[in-house]
Design a protein around this ligand. Sequence first.
Ligand SMILES: Cc1cc2nc3c(=O)[nH]c(=O)nc-3n(C[C@H](O)[C@H](O)[C@H](O)COP(=O)(O)O)c2cc1C
Length: 311
Amino acid sequence: MSFSDIDLSTTFLGKKIGAPLMISSMTGGYSEASTLNQRLAEAAEQFQIPLGVGSMRQALENTSHRESFAIVRKYAPSIQIFANIGAPEIAKGLTDTELNIMLELLEADGLIVHLNPAQELFQPEGNTDFNNVLEQLAIITAKIPVPVLVKEVGCGISASAALRLMEAGVKVIDVAGAGGISWQKVEEVRYTRQFGQETRFSTPALEELLNWGIPTAKCLFDITSLKKEHPEYSAIEIVASGGIQSGIDIAKSLALGAQLAASAGYMLKALHEGTLEKTLETWLNDLKAVMFLTGTASIEQLRHKSLIPKP
Ligand SMILES: Cc1cc2nc3c(=O)[nH]c(=O)nc-3n(C[C@H](O)[C@H](O)[C@H](O)COP(=O)(O)O)c2cc1C
């Protein structure tokens, strides 16, 4: 094959995308978020890759917080954009009006629900009531006109949890596993600053709780195996996220069964350093390098490559 034959395009939820990469949910709500979301939208549009916005809770609570979300569709007219809300909000039961506001603000292609029990646990004002999440998810998946995607925020999703989500009608599982941004650590720093206290947990427990979670690669392996055992869920797509930091990570994710990979923290860092487009270009070039070296001209072919463990 020739390097120039390599085609990175693939599909996500049935739509063609430029490359198997997504910019994960991060921000919205406050005024500076408009600039950040505009920049993320412009880059995603340029590379024709999907984009998730941050939690839209504030936009539901206050109309002045809606502009930073609406701006995304303005600068990314042709890509898939995903709305985002937390499981604790879902558990309380969202009204039809609230669901419509989120979807219409973005002309959204889907609704991402994030599961973040460890983050809420470490948050001083965290909401730790996750009762009814599954029941409410099943109601929403049956009700809204676009697919529902579920993600973690850095602790991963186990195969048994994934199965219950699939049974509730969820179309995409984004594992957001351990290995990247840790929200327990972020919230622990915030707690210490706010209350001047070291921690609420015992020293030996804290270490383990801060690092709680299933590594991204294990989530991918386990959920891919689960899909093989349950052919009725073969169409459910898996997103690999949590610590993705190169095109080689994207290639490994696909070989482990993901439809695409997604990144948040690294993208934000690149945005702050003024290297967002350059980073995306470099990652996609890394991916092409792996495809060339494994003799795969298309993403579909790469998905069927088996991984060879390091000796
Ligand atoms: C600044 C920032 C804000 C985030 N806000 C949200 C959010 O509102 N909703 C959400 O689902 N995930 C949120 N996340 C989690 C990411 O989408 C992602 O799941 C997590 O950071 C792991 O990916 P990473 O290791 O590539 O950062 C946020 C992450 C960052 C870095």
